[in-house]
Ligand binder design. Structure first.
Ligand code: NAD
Length: 287
């Protein structure tokens, strides 16, 4: 590392708290080293109280940009100059790009999910999908899927504190894109079965299946799936959730959350460096 850092090295940050557990620094620095790019990516413990100063610092230091994670994703837009259409619709930012002094906020989680589908030869454009979730990951996927041209989307969620966000997302997508979206209560399992039955793809975008809900799923039994249904999960630890296991047993093509994680990073990487992340190399390193 000491040999790699010079007076020309450009800095990219990650502003979140807590953040020391993140795998993003290892991922981006590995990609920089692999491609011989003169950047360094460092994690900074920044919470809502220090966020404004941190963004001012980013400007003053002419940093290339930064990732932003919790608790700053829904707050940082206040300190930026412009938002991408997806970031605006989501009300969240996970990537800042410093475009010659103009700070632009993007959200790459949804881009990452859509790219991961493509990487798995799954084409949901012009088709119908059913998705469960109304939190950060779900909203990003729903917005990007609608912007990219998914024709119809049925969103399910439990009636918890995220319900109002789901209503808001549905309203925005219906008003601002050509995708037709409907919201349903996840307690209505008959409706869930019906909506999955005429969908090309079913997605879990909640933490169901990972700790503390590991081994669990809200899908009651295998009759909810059919062999030609695509089933995806945002969860990547474990690599195979109870839902994905069930889907595989039915014969469905499945995708876990690892690709989304990799490609959301790759999208930010490309925005900062103008270079493609070495995906195949990163897959080997991450697995
Ligand atoms: P969040 O807290 O913003 O949202 C949580 C969601 O889970 C809400 O929709 C909530 O209603 C739902 N939920 C909670 N308990 C539930 C239950 N018992 N039954 C059904 N639904 C329930 O969380 P988030 O940031 O959106 O993360 C959700 C999951 O996505 C996590 O597992 C996270 O690890 C994963 N994630 C993956 C990636 C990736 O790149 N693969 C990126 C972000 C998040």
């Amino acid at each position: 590392m000491a040999e790699r850092i010079t007076g020309h090295t450009e800095l990219i940050g990650l502003m979140a708290y807590p953040i020391r557990h993140s795998s993003s620094p290892a991922m981006h620095n590995e990609a920089f080293a692999y491609l011989g790019l003169d950047y360094a990516y460092l994690a900074f413990e920044v919470d809502n109280d220090t966020l404004e100063d941190a963004v001012k610092g980013l400007r003053a230091l002419k940093m290339v940009g930064s990732n932003v994670s919790m608790p700053n994703k829904t707050v940082v837009h206040k300190y930026l100059d412009e938002l991408s259409p997806a970031a605006e619709l989501c009300g969240a930012v996970n990537t800042i790009v410093n475009d010659n002094g103009k700070l632009i906020g993007h959200i790459t989680d949804g881009i990452g999910y859509m790219k991961a589908l493509k990487d798995n030869d799954i084409d949901v454009i012009g088709k119908k999908m059913t998705i469960v979730g109304a939190g950060g990951a779900a909203t990003a996927i729903e917005v990007q899927a609608a912007l990219d041209g998914v024709a119809e989307m049925s969103i399910f969620n439990v009636r918890d504190k995220f319900w109002a966000n789901a209503e808001e997302t549905v309203k925005k997508i219906n008003e601002r894109t050509n995708c037709k979206v409907t919201l349903y209560d996840l307690a209505d399992l008959d409706k869930l079965k019906e909506e999955i039955a005429d969908s090309y793809l079913f997605a879990n975008a909640t933490g169901m299946g990972m700790k503390p809900l590991e081994g669990q799923t809200y899908i009651p039994d295998k009759s909810f799936f059919r062999p030609d249904l695509i089933v995806t999960d945002v969860v990547y630890a474990p690599r195979e959730t109870a839902m994905l296991k069930m889907a595989k047993e039915v014969g469905c093509k499945t995708m876990n959350g690892l690709g989304m994680m990799l490609f959301q990073g790759a999208a930010a990487f490309e925005m900062w460096t103008g270079k493609e992340m070495p995906i195949e190399h990163m897959k080997e390193v991450l697995d």
